[in-house]
Design a protein around this ligand. Structure first.
Ligand SMILES: Nc1ncnc2c1ncn2[C@@H]1O[C@H](COP(=O)(O)OP(=O)(O)OP(=O)(O)O)[C@@H](O)[C@H]1O
Length: 266
């Protein structure tokens, strides 16, 4: 058994690029955020994006997800332009993201309704998805009748219902209290472990970024470059013990050093 564990540890992870960004350019007015930026996001892995305030973390996932136009360069997901790919996107502000006039279940199935999926299939897909989540929520409730965490869970479920190739999350837990944040991290990790879908998380919290990730994309100040892109080889599922694992603490320290170096550059 021990020999197997050693052997497994020695098997290198071979990354297959899923999202490829080449020569990306983006400015807002006279402020250049990206000027010839390249990055690969590997398939089936969890990438966290971390960097100084205003360096362009949200802009990067918005550009990749096609929510805002690029000024130049090429972005492909599985070799295709984003308009030909099913993606999921979870916004920071769940209060504005959910439709307040729809019950939770109707919010979740909304993308299927738009895609004209027949009712029986919609119901079956929602039921399958709900079964994957380890929480009992009354999906007949309206968003205003639910806690912040429950609302964000509904947002995540709505993003997942289309079975996206890539799930983008922009600081999804920053408006939640700490207890709910810990719970939601576990939920997201559970979904990742079940689906092995490519996930890209923007986080302001370095510990969260490292805890959740297979790789952390550390960005510089704008015009933005990759400051580092370390692998986080801590085993999954991660739990509170991970936070005191020497590999974890050493990598978190390394990411903090890189971040501080970038913040000091002005
Ligand atoms: N639509 C826009 N119009 C003008 N400027 C914008 C727009 N969107 C973003 N910016 C500017 O581009 C820069 C990058 O913004 P972005 O939100 O991507 O940064 P971020 O790294 O996610 O920031 P934060 O850490 O503060 O959340 C910031 O200076 C921001 O003010």
């Amino acid at each position: 058994m021990a020999r197997l564990a050693v052997a497994l540890k020695e098997v290198p992870v071979v990354d297959v690029p899923h999202v490829t960004v080449r020569g990306l350019r983006k400015s807002f007015g006279s402020v250049t955020i990206y000027d010839g930026f390249d990055v690969d996001i590997p398939r089936g892995r969890f990438v966290s994006i971390f960097g100084p305030n205003g360096c362009g973390k949200s802009t990067l996932i918005n550009l990749i997800a096609g929510l805002i136009p690029v000024d130049g360069g090429e972005i492909r997901i599985g070799g295709k332009p984003v308009r030909d790919v099913r993606i999921g996107y979870v916004f920071q502000n769940y209060r504005e993201a959910l439709f307040p006039w729809l019950r939770a279940i109707d919010n979740i199935e909304y993308p299927l309704r738009v895609a004209k999926v027949p009712k029986a299939e919609r119901d079956a897909r929602v039921a399958r998805l709900v079964a994957k989540f380890d929480v009992k929520i009354d999906l007949k409730r309206y968003p205003y009748e639910m806690s912040g965490g429950q609302q964000q869970l509904v947002s995540i479920m709505r993003a997942l219902i289309v079975e996206p190739e890539v799930l983008f999350l922009d600081e999804p837990f920053s408006a939640l209290d700490y207890e709910m944040t810990l719970f939601m991290r576990d939920q997201l990790q559970h979904i990742f472990n079940e689906t092995r879908m490519t996930m890209v998380l923007v986080s302001h919290d370095l510990e969260e970024a490292v805890y959740m990730a297979d790789k952390v994309l550390l960005l510089s100040r704008a015009p933005t470059t990759i400051a580092d892109y370390p692998e986080i080889p801590c085993p999954r599922p991660r739990n509170p013990e991970t936070l005191v694992d020497p590999v974890f603490t050493q990598l978190r320290g390394h990411c903090l050093d890189v971040f501080q170096r970038e913040v000091r550059k002005s």
